[in-house]
Ligand binder design. Sequence first.
Ligand code: ADP
Ligand code: ASP
Ligand code: MG
Length: 415
Amino acid sequence: MALVVQKYGGSSVGDPERIRNVARRVSRYRAQGDDVVVVVSAMSGQTDRLLQLAGELAELPNEREMDVLLATGEQVTIALLAMTLIEMGCPARSMTGVQVQIRTDSAHTRARIAGVDTAVVRTVLEGGQVAIIAGFQGVDPAGNITTLGRGGSDTSAVAVAAALGADSCEIYTDVDGVYTTDPNICDKARKLDRISYDEMLELASLGAKVLQIRSVEFAKKYKVPLHVRSSFNDTEGTWVVEEDESMEQLTVAGVAYDRKEAKISVRGVPDRPGIAAQLFGALAAQNIVVDMIVQDVGEGGQASMTFTVPQADLKRALTVIEPVARELGSAQVVSDTSIAKISVVGVGMRSHAGVASRMFEVLAREGINVLMISTSEIKVSCVIEEKYTELAVRVLHDAFGLAETKGQEAAKRGG
Ligand code: ADP
Ligand code: ASP
Ligand code: MG
C-alpha cells in the first residue's frame, strides 16, 4: 500500500465531467489500497476572473484581501471533488490551507511555504478517507489567508508530499508531460521521459509553466520524484528526478518562453556610482523581483537603465520608480508589456561553447531583433518583441535539433 499525492491543475477540474474523471481516477487508486491525498487548483480561468473583478474595483487591490478573494477558487474545487467522490461511494473530506495548516510567510500573493502540518491529513487518511486539499493557499503566522503566486498548487502538492514522506507525487495536467518546448505552440515538441531537477528549475524559472519553480525547488531539496502526466489518459508522463548518466546529454534540452514580463526604461539618469543601488533598492524594498538589467551609457554623462519585472508587478513598480526617477532628475520612465523572453536551456551547455552565438544567428536570420540578453551556466535568454514569440520558439527548437530523438542527435553529432 502506497501513499500517493496527486495534484490536478485547473484544466483537469475545469467542468463537472472533468471533475468526475478525476474522481474516477482517485477512486481507482483507493480501490487498489493506496492512501490518496489530492491537491487541486481552481477551475481553469477562475483565478483570472477573480483577478479581473478585483481590478475593476481597485487600482492597486489590497493584497491581504486579494488573497482572501483568490483562495475561494480552490475552495470551490475541493468541495466539488469531495462531494463527487462521496457520491461514487468513496469516502473523502475537503480541507482548506488554513484547516491543514499549510504555514507560510506573510508575503501576500507570493507567499512561501514554511512548513506543512500533517496531523489533520493523517487523521483523515487513517479514517479511510481521501484527503482533498486546496492548492495555492496557506496561512501566515497571524492567521491570515495567503496565496503562493500563480501556478502555486504545484508547490502545495510537493510540499505536502515532502511533509508526509509520500511514495510518489503525481502532477496531473493537460499535456502528457514535460516537453522540449510548449507543445501547444510547437507541434514538433518532444516529450521527455526524464528531466533533471536542475534543467526543470531553469525551464520553470524561464516561463515553462508546466511546473511552478518553487515546486521544483522543494522537490529537489526533499528528493521528491515528480511524475508530470496527463489527467486525460493513462500514458506514462515525465519523471523529474536527480541528474544521472542515463539521461540525454543534449547541449540544449529545451526552449522556454515567458510573455509575462514587462520592460521598464529609466532614461537620462546621471551616470555615477550609487544610482543603480538607489533604483533597485527601492524595488527590492517592495519585494519586486527584477529579472534582466541593461545599462546604456549615453551622451553627456547620462545613462539609461532598462530592466524587466513581472507584468503583474508593473503598476506597483512604476509607483516605486517614478518618484525615485524624479529625485534623480531623470527625464523619462517608459514601460512596455509587448515583450517576450525566449530561453534555451541545457546542462550540456556547461561543456559546449557557442550556444549563445548560434541563438543570435538563428534569431537574426528571421529578422528578430534582440532587445536584452542574459546568460548563466546552463541557459541563454533573449528579450524580443512579443509578436515573434512563437516563431522564435519554433526556429530555435529546430536549430538545436530538439525535434529529433536521442539516437538521431547523437548520429548527427558523429556520436
Ligand atoms: P495546470 O492547470 O495543470 O497547472 P498549466 O497551464 O499551469 O497547467 O501548465 C500546463 C501548460 O504548460 C501546458 O498546457 C503547456 O501549454 C505549458 N507548457 C509550457 N512549456 C511546457 C513544456 N516544456 N512542457 C509541457 N508543457 C509546457
Ligand atoms: N489557481 C491558481 C492559478 O491559476 C493556482 C494554480 O492553478 O496552481 O494560478
Ligand atoms: Mg499550473
